[in-house]
Design a protein around this ligand. Structure first.
Ligand code: SF4
Length: 615
């Protein structure tokens, strides 16, 4: 341990929740530093409690540590008090396991799952003493890599990241490690490493692309500058999911999702037109039932969790979910099971029956829109009758608490659609009273529609703050009822999210400037400083509305136009047109394949497409 790390003990008592920084948790892995050739730090750029709730990190942590010559450790964004303390004490940011400075690592990998964590990436690099921009780094610095859903539009953070992993990381990271080993042995320079990496499917090295703009500020071209860089980067898809992580690190302190978690399937084909996850994680890949049950039992027995979550974008769509719940109810007697995302149509009686034997934790559903008309536009294919029938069954089985998610500002939304939310909530409350005999507790969560890359609504403008405020007012007045609590998102947060998610490479200077002005932890209300962002856009000579509130023509070259999720632009355009006409598209697991593009790449999709064509 160095002197600087000894100083850590002198500051820990001055910061909130010091256990965020001490490491040593159950199942954490500390390998011999000197005996291990490659050192990797994995980071989710938010505070420990959020980072430890991320699903991707444990997968990569286990997979990388399974490599004999690789050591993977964790680092999260230090909370503002800790950041101030280590800055003033001159302590460089360190990993949790070995407490080594991040500069000692070969690779630092960020999982980017939310645009409002971008300034935290800069904060982490700066606290570590690593130059922020890729162009300022040389052979002596760690390689900075990133993956996760935000990597599907990598451009806003392209200045800071050496390379992005596009899609599932399980296979491509091992291929990157092979190149890294060769690079280390051969003693070549950083450019050689990056060029070899750029030749791997699913790796994007932004420094090898030139972006040119038109006079109207839209993009003219995105061109590779070296032969290894491909004009289009295809998302990596793991055909068969590896076994789930059954021995994750168990935190000492309460974290945001304080429970064991098993990913039962990846992907969703419901086709909600606003949903980025529903496109970028296609196709659906299910884990076998026995694998899920065995992993869940091992997880609970090895980690001591009292609550287990079966995770997926739509858990009730997992075939055999009621069997899994029944089996786990028998084998894990004292464990509470939670299904975090339920689709109303598939939360059926057998599943309710198997869950209702257990402790009743609140159920969450996302009708998203109050009216059937708007639900048709967004392809949320559930009728009000189906919804109320499901709620009646739920109340009849003793549940009295429901969380309902709605989205405001959806394309085509009118104030009448918003008023329908009030009516739907009223009907649900009345139903609860008549079926359960008492007023149900309803928590209504109102998010704002953010047009996301790679979705059928990627071209759509976000509504203005005034329009959103009018919607909030209507709902606040309409939902002021006993037993109903509402929460909503600050429209300025959603505006920034919309700009960053559909941004181009020029936003790098905006992110950098906002961080210079003191912005970190933008996802936290108490730290969100919109004035910094307003000034950062002004200083960069850019207009936030250009990114967030502009309806983009269908033929515009989008900043993420060179990133291929496997779902074609033609399919997205078709879906956008169907939205305008209020036409639904069925889930391709139940209905016919709609030829989204993955039929060219994935065997199950090929079969479904052939079947659809024949019939
Ligand atoms: S190719 Fe067909 S079956 Fe596969 S995800 Fe797309 S629509 Fe569904």
């Amino acid at each position: 341990m160095t002197n600087k790390l000894t100083n850590l003990d002198k500051i820990l008592h001055r910061v909130t929740r010091p256990a965020r920084y001490t490491g040593g948790e159950w199942n954490s892995i500390t390998k011999d530093w000197d005996e291990t050739a490659i050192h990797i730090a994995l980071s989710y750029p938010d505070v420990y409690e959020i980072g430890m709730s991320n699903m991707a990190l444990p997968i990569l942590y286990e997979m990388l540590n399974n490599q004999p010559d690789v050591l993977a450790e964790r680092v999260f964004a230090p909370w503002v008090d800790m950041a101030a303390e280590i800055r003033s004490a001159g302590i460089p940011l360190f990993s949790l396991e070995s407490r080594r400075p991040l500069t000692d690592f070969d690779i630092i990998g960020f999982s980017l799952g939310y645009e409002l964590t971008y300034t935290n990436v800069l904060e982490i690099l700066d606290l570590a003493g690593i130059p922020l921009r890729a162009t300022e780094r040389d052979d002596s610095h760690p390689l900075i890599i990133a993956g996760g859903s935000c990597a599907l539009n990598p451009e806003p953070t392209a200045d800071f990241i050496d390379l992005f992993v596009i899609g599932d990381g399980e296979e491509v990271l091992l291929e990157l490690l092979d190149v890294f080993r060769e690079w280390k042995q051969a003693g070549k320079n950083r450019e050689w490493l990056l060029r070899q990496a750029a030749a791997i499917d699913g790796i994007y090295v932004p420094g090898f692309y030139r972006v040119e703009y038109k006079p109207d500020d839209t993009i003219r071209s995105i061109t590779p500058t070296v032969p290894e860089a491909r004009p289009v980067i295809q998302k990596r898809i793991v055909s068969k999911l590896p076994p789930p992580v059954a021995r994750p690190v168990v935190p000492y302190i309460e974290v945001t999702h304080d429970r064991g978690a098993i990913e039962v399937q990846r992907g969703c084909t419901r086709g909600c037109r606003f949903c980025q996850a529903g496109i970028i994680y296609r196709p659906v890949r299910e884990r076998p039932l026995t694998e899920v049950v065995e992993a869940a039992e091992k997880l609970v027995n090895d980690c001591g969790y009292g609550e287990l979550s079966l995770v997926s974008l739509s858990t009730s769509d997992y075939p055999g979910i009621d069997q899994v719940v029944t089996q786990l109810s028998d084998s894990l007697n004292n464990v509470t099971l939670s299904l975090p995302s339920l689709y109303i149509n598939t939360f059926n009686a057998p599943l309710m029956d198997s869950l209702s034997k257990r402790k009743k934790i609140g159920l969450t559903f996302a009708p998203e829109a109050g009216s059937e008309r708007l639900r048709r536009i967004i392809n949320k294919n559930v009728s009000e009758d189906e919804m109320l029938e499901t709620f009646a069954e739920i109340f009849a089985r003793g549940w009295t608490s429901l969380k309902l998610y709605f989205m405001l500002g959806l394309p085509g939304e009118t104030m009448e659609d918003v008023a329908e939310i009030v009516r739907l909530v009223d009907r649900t409350r009345t139903l609860g009273r008549s079926v359960a005999g008492r007023t149900p507790q309803l928590r209504i969560n109102l998010s704002t529609f953010v047009p996301k890359p790679h979705t059928p609504f990627q071209w759509v403008a976000q509504v203005s703050e005034e329009e959103l405020n009018a919607r909030h007012e209507l709902l606040r007045a309409g939902l002021r009822r006993k037993g109903t609590r509402i929460s909503w998102q600050d429209p300025k947060t959603s505006l920034l999210e919309a700009a960053l998610s559909r941004g181009d490479r020029r936003l790098g200077q905006v992110i950098h400037r906002a961080w210079e002005l003191g912005s970190v932890f933008d996802a936290w209300d108490e730290h969100f400083k919109f004035d910094n962002w307003r000034r950062a856009f002004e200083d960069a000579g850019l207009d936030i509305s250009f990114y967030a509130r502009r309806q983009r023509p269908l033929d515009e070259l989008l900043p993420w136009g060179h990133i291929d999720t496997g779902v074609t632009a033609d399919f997205l355009k078709r879906e956008y047109q169907r939205a305008l006409e209020g036409i639904q598209t069925p889930d391709c697991r139940e209905g016919p394949c709609s030829a989204c593009g993955l039929e060219k790449r994935h065997p199950t999709c090929q079969q479904r497409r052939q079947k659809a064509v024949k019939s």
